[in-house]
Write a protein that binds this ligand. Structure first.
Ligand code: BGC
Length: 739
């Protein structure tokens, strides 16, 4: 007999003895996989390795495996689209909580926040019956023009690694698979399907792969998504080096490789080069309604045909199916899964906490912030479109349909009830009223000219005690948005001129930058307070108001270097972006000529002073670091070494400081960065409280990737540990030897 999952419940003890192995939960999973595999027909095997709708793939009905559902990712659970079209399904139960964008999560420098993020998102996904969330993203921030940087975790491989692991563990603890994306080298969006990245092995392994490796080897991610771009002339969704060699052989990955939507281009490569599940191939709208379009997938009929013709055995197919079955047992067939909740208060609380911890106070001259330290009632003038614009909508596949999004202006009005809060639009950016069928709550329609809007804002600014300007970028095309990159480093929509006019009228201006990327700030010297407000989701307005008011003491630190000019960034200094088209205009080669010198590694080498350094972030309190000590003076390669430093909160407010440890290799046989982040810890301290922070490193912190031997090498010699509160504030030092 074939016991179905549903039927299992009513089996008598006698019948239970004939439970097939694959359904027997007392048996090891690998044995259950073998058994299931041995029962599957060729048709069933082919079916589970490709999509059947925009976001689902079939299970094996005959054996009781349910359909498998994916969904974006990574900031909340995307609203349902129609079975076979991109249009909204129009559900009334798919409004979600939007968590802060991953750049903000990285800015918390708190792995605990990443765990919280994953767990809460997992509960939302469970409620929505999603088995896999398409995220998180860990592509390295290589250029501030990168359209999807907001979905990633900054420029540093160590920071991104420490943050991605707990996100995945939290999500998967709910029985929902993570699908880490976009593997790999998808560091900008322009021509993303045609870019062939040319990068040294060293930069690949030291900069671009570590976060993926941590996701696989430490977090044990169940899914990974191939990137659209090419590496060594092969698309990353079926790239022999990336998938067969590095991911599956070297990292021993046992999960599935999912194609990015439409990222699969060739049946033979897909068969042999490590792709396991094909999604989105005919989702460009051109083949709408085409009969059996899913059978036309590269890994559908074409694959079956090749097996029937004898071109392939089922060796590759069985490996793919085995992985898919493993995924099923981890998700759809996992009976220990907890219950899901949608939009529960605990999810909003998590979103709020993460947002509050990720907001970065970049500048605070004369302690203009927090605003409650001034006489109240204040006359506050809020300026800027970003104070009234929903940011959970837009930006590409991460766009959400939220149950609520507290806008900055509303958050300020609520928090500063005792004050007079006025608003001036100031500038017009993107007034689009709906995105992917999701309507933006508030009308942004405006008929006044730029001059009229500026005049109004300036006039009101003269009457105000303080101006809070909410500007920056948004989620529309060529801003922080999938598919393209930004076209300029400067602020769009004439914001620079507006800011200049406002500070002239009233210098007490707080500039809150809403973006996932750095922007040029030519007016910085004239603006006393600057806050990086990211895209922080449902609780945006409340989180921002709590930091501006001082209810929450800011503790975020930049996960990337904030350059003064675009040319201060390696990729642009060396003119490598966006690449060079080949003669046939089909492929554009983008050579990462700066090699390992990405972000602060580049500015350190070139001795360029950034506007704000990697790891920078101020607080309303002050901290003092004591002397740095190490538990030994020499380290051997199999050893670990622990550094201790005392941190004291010397101010009047409770707050958090992030102690950062960078390693500098004094003499090496290869060129090495001036310093590299290798450990950090965030510590929360009451006023006057002091604590010893310990930071431990291993041999990996001293190693570089040797291109000749394809191995990590730690060369004996002198190293220096540099400890401080930002990459440009490393006040404590200590030398040690590697034996
Ligand atoms: C994006 C992915 C996303 C997928 C499904 C693609 O265009 O690159 O990140 O998960 O669409 O929406």
């Amino acid at each position: 007999m074939i016991a179905t999952v549903a039927g299992l419940v009513s089996l008598s003890p006698l019948q239970a003895q004939v439970i097939p192995v694959y359904l027997d939960e007392t048996k090891p999973v690998e044995q259950r996989i073998d058994d299931a595999l041995s029962r599957m027909t060729l048709e069933e095997k082919i079916a589970v390795i490709h999509a059947q709708s925009k976001f689902s793939s079939p299970g094996v009905k005959r054996l009781g495996f349910p359909d498998f559902w994916t969904d974006d990712g990574p900031h909340g659970v995307r609203p349902d689209v129609l079975w076979d079209e991109w249009e909204q399904a129009g559900q009334s139960n798919d409004s979600c909580v939007a968590f802060p964008a991953l750049t903000c999560l990285a800015a918390t420098w708190n792995p605990g926040m990443a765990r919280l993020y994953g767990e809460n998102l997992g509960e939302e996904a469970l409620y929505r019956d999603k088995d896999m969330i398409l995220g998180p993203g860990v592509n390295i921030y290589r250029t501030p023009l990168g359209g999807r940087n907001f979905e990633y975790m900054g420029e540093d491989p160590w920071l991104a690694s420490r943050m991605v692991v707990p996100y995945i563990q939290g999500l998967q603890s709910k029985g929902v698979a993570a699908c880490v994306k976009h593997y790999a080298l998808n560091n900008d969006e322009e021509y993303r399907h045609q870019v062939n990245v040319v990068v040294s092995d060293r930069a690949l392994h030291e900069i671009y792969l570590p976060a993926f490796k941590a996701a696989v080897t430490e977090a044990g991610t169940w899914g990974i998504m191939g990137a659209y771009n090419l590496y060594k002339n092969q698309h990353n969704c079926h790239n022999d080096i990336m998938l067969n060699q590095i991911l599956k052989r070297d990292w021993q990955y046992d999960g599935v490789v999912v194609s990015d939507w439409g990222g699969c281009h060739d049946t033979d490569e897909a068969i042999t080069n490590g792709l396991d599940m094909e999604f989105g191939s005919w989702t460009d709208g051109l083949t709408m309604g085409k009969t059996n379009a899913y059978d036309l997938y590269y890994m559908a009929d074409a694959y079956k045909q090749r097996i029937k013709e004898g071109k392939y055995t089922t060796r590759e197919l069985d490996d793919k199916v085995r992985r898919v079955l493993r995924l099923f047992f981890r998700t759809t067939m996992n009976r220990q899964k907890p219950f899901g909740f949608l939009c529960s208060e605990s999810h909003y609380e998590a979103a709020l906490r993460i947002a509050q911890e990720g907001i970065v106070l970049l500048k605070n001259e004369g302690n203009l912030l927090p605003l409650t330290s001034h006489l109240s009632p204040l006359k506050i003038l809020v300026v800027g479109e970003n104070a009234i614009k929903m940011m959970t909508v837009g930006g590409g596949s991460s766009s959400l349909k939220v149950q609520r999004e507290i806008l900055p202006l509303d958050g300020i009005r609520e928090r500063f009830k005792d004050c007079e809060v006025d608003f001036a639009r100031g500038y017009v950016g993107d007034t689009v009223q709906s995105y992917n069928g999701v309507t933006v709550g508030r009308s942004l329609y405006e008929t006044r000219s730029a001059a009229e809007l500026t005049a109004e804002a300036v006039e009101k600014a003269r009457q105000a005690d303080v101006i809070i300007f909410f500007g920056g970028l948004n989620k529309s095309d060529h801003q922080d948005c999938e598919g393209h990159d930004r076209q300029e480093f400067g602020l769009p929509y004439g914001q620079d001129q507006l800011i200049e006019a406002l500070v002239k009228a009233n210098p007490r201006l707080v500039y809150v930058n809403i973006s996932g990327n750095a922007v040029a700030m030519p007016w910085l010297a004239k603006v006393p307070a600057v806050v990086q407000g990211w895209f922080i989701g449902s609780e945006s307005g409340e989180a921002l108001a709590s930091v501006l008011s001082g209810d929450v003491n800011p503790s975020g630190k930049l996960p990337f270097t904030w350059h003064q000019n675009l040319g201060d960034c390696g990729a642009h200094a060396l003119n490598t972006y966006p690449g060079t088209w080949r003669e046939d205009y089909k492929i554009i080669d983008e050579e990462y000529k700066e090699g390992i010198y990405v972000g602060y590694r580049w500015t350190d080498k070139q001795k360029i002073k950034p506007l704000f350094a990697f790891g920078h972030g101020l607080s309303y309190t002050t901290f003092k670091l004591g002397k740095l000590s190490a538990d030994k003076a020499q380290m051997t390669v199999d050893d670990r070494m622990t550094f201790t430093i005392n941190v004291t909160n010397t101010g009047q407010l409770a707050g958090a400081e992030t102690v950062q440890l960078y390693i500098s290799d004094k003499v090496a046989s290869v060129d090495r960065p001036v310093k590299e982040l290798k450990a950090f810890q965030k510590v929360f301290l009451q006023p006057g409280e002091s604590r010893d922070v310990t930071l431990t490193i291993g041999r990996d912190a001293l190693s570089f990737y040797d291109e000749a031997t394809h191995a990590w090498v730690a060369e004996p010699g002198t190293f220096e540990a540099l400890v401080g509160t930002a990459s440009d504030q490393l006040t404590a030092k200590c030398s040690f030897e590697l034996k």
